[in-house]
Design a protein around this ligand. Structure first.
Ligand SMILES: Cc1cc2nc3c(=O)[nH]c(=O)nc-3n(C[C@H](O)[C@H](O)[C@H](O)COP(=O)(O)O)c2cc1C
Ligand code: SF4
Length: 465
């Protein structure tokens, strides 16, 4: 990027387009407010405070910014869900739980550019009328919490937070809340319960859509760290100009986190839909490890459905229909959904031919069985059953029929739970069985058909944790 130098070996790839990550790994950059102010920091806040609240929301809508936390829901539209005529306090929560395996972008923003987030949050709070906001930072990020606390104190000292911000009459406090160390604390209603000091049992939606009934049953906007950072850039560029980056309905930039079997894993901010999976793996990440072949990719965090390397995907309809290989898939929300998976949190997990599919799936199932909050039966029991079955597969103690049972368990979780964790834990199993059944079956033993075999001690097999 012009005028900016980056630490050696950490320069952005030429195919990147850095906006939110502009200052990440930058030489001479630090998290202090003076550095931020020297580069035009808090100027967009000053502009926002002179605007009508609805005009700010309109800019965010025009930008078409979609949430970067996982679901890709339009941010400006969410902000309008606060009930008209509401008389209760409105809250804003920044979701910095970053718990989705394969995702490691928010941490870099918190560590290296906390004022960018604060500026975005203050503008968002002003727009939605929130006078109190929280940054829910996952328990595993203690350093991030300290850095953000310091940034909040600096913003306070300069009059960007507190009473009568910059003489505008607008009051706002932002507090850091340390997470409780569970994946489910990233689910927005579980997060809200946790923030209220309770066990993070997700709430049923409807009626508990946070924008209508969130924290303390008051209207609450929950947005991801990266989403909130974009707000200041949208004001700076104007919604329409911002929407010129990226592609139609998939506007702006987003940060991809690539892990797994590539030569150079890492984070890359790209225009949404302007780079393909092949470019990400082969160009940006230096390709697969020597002598290896691509086997599969999980494209949007561990709960996204797996894509097989040799699949052909049909996207578009009628005259617009086209066939894509995995390498042709543009990294955007809609195409990834059309290919049967999701762009999710931007965590791309690359799997090469050295990996056993049974091992990969078992790894995922271990995670989900551990992280289910236990509130609803299909998820609590099913996630554990799926783990136990794949435990048996990797231990060489499963029969071919176990793979059908595994699939049946996943199908019976999907769509039958209080929160989307149910899908998050069943989609890996569903998609792995649908796409790699032969390999999973090959790891089983036909002679065990009908036998009651466990890879675990009896108590665990009986469901006693
Ligand atoms: C099981 C589960 C875990 C989640 N974890 C996170 C997370 O760590 N960070 C996050 O921003 N969103 C997470 N989400 C999505 C949030 O519920 C919510 O949609 C998001 O924070 C909204 O922000 P956005 O609209 O800016 O994307 C999770 C969702 C589920 C179902
Ligand atoms: S789906 Fe799972 S994580 Fe979500 S509420 Fe039910 S038991 Fe808890």
């Amino acid at each position: 990027m012009s005028g900016i130098t980056y630490q050696r070996g950490r320069e952005p790839h030429p195919k990147e387009h850095r906006v939110v990550f502009r200052n990440v790994d930058r030489v001479g950059w630090d998290t202090g407010i003076d550095t931020f102010l020297k580069e035009g920091g808090y100027e967009q806040l000053k502009k926002a405070l002179g605007m009508e609240r609805s005009a700010i929301i309109d800019e965010v809508k025009k930008a078409g910014l979609r949430g970067r936390g996982g679901a890709g829901f339009p941010c400006g539209v969410k902000w309008t869900f606060i009930p008209p005529g509401n008389t209760k306090p409105v809250y804003l929560i920044c979701n910095a739980d970053e718990s989705e395996p394969g995702t490691f972008k928010d941490r870099y923003i918190l560590h290296q550019d906390p004022h960018q987030l604060l500026e975005g949050m203050i503008i968002a709070c002003f727009a939605v009328g929130a006078k109190l906001a929280y940054i829910y930072i996952r328990e595993e990020f203690p350093e991030a919490a300290q850095i953000v606390e310091k940034a909040i104190a600096e913003a306070h000292a300069k009059g960007f937070l507190g009473k009568d911000i910059l003489g505008s009459g607008f009051d706002l406090e932002i507090y850091v809340h340390r997470g409780a160390g569970a994946y489910i604390c990233g689910e927005e209603t579980g997060l809200i319960e946790s923030l209220e000091g309770k066990r993070p049992y997700p709430r049923i939606k409807p009626p508990y859509f946070p924008a209508a009934m969130g924290l303390y049953l008051c209207p609450t906007i929950v947005n991801n760290v990266e989403t909130l950072c974009h707000v200041k850039h949208i004001l700076e560029m104007g919604g329409e100009a911002w929407a010129q980056t990226g592609t139609k309905n998939n506007t702006g930039t987003r940060i991809l986190c690539v892990s797994g079997d590539v030569k150079k894993p890492g984070y890359f901010e790209v225009e949404v839909g302007k780079v393909t999976m092949g470019e990400v793996i082969n160009d940006m990440c230096g390709g697969l490890k020597d002598g290896r072949k691509l086997k599969a990719v999980i494209p949007g965090g561990s709960s996204a459905k797996v894509l097989r390397a040799d699949e052909t995907f049909t996207v578009g309809r009628g005259d617009d229909a086209r066939q894509l290989t995995i390498r042709d898939i543009p990294m955007d929300f809609d195409t990834m959904a059309a290919c049967g998976s999701m762009a999710g949190s931007g965590g791309v997990i690359v799997i090469d031919d050295s990996r056993s599919i049974s091992w990969v799936l078992n790894n995922l199932n271990n995670f989900y069985a551990h992280e289910s909050c236990g509130q609803c039966t299909p998820c609590r029991e099913g996630s554990l059953w799926m783990k136990k079955i794949t435990d048996r597969v990797v231990a060489g103690k499963a029969s071919p029929a176990d793979i059908d049972t595994l699939y049946g368990v996943a199908k019976n979780i999907d769509g039958r739970t209080i929160c989307a964790f149910g899908e998050a834990c069943s989609w890996p199993t569903e998609s792995f069985v649908e796409k790699f059944r032969d390999e999973l079956v090959a790891d089983t033993k036909p002679e065990l058909e009908g036998a009651l075999v466990s890879a675990e001690p009896l108590t665990a097999a009986a469901g006693l944790r």
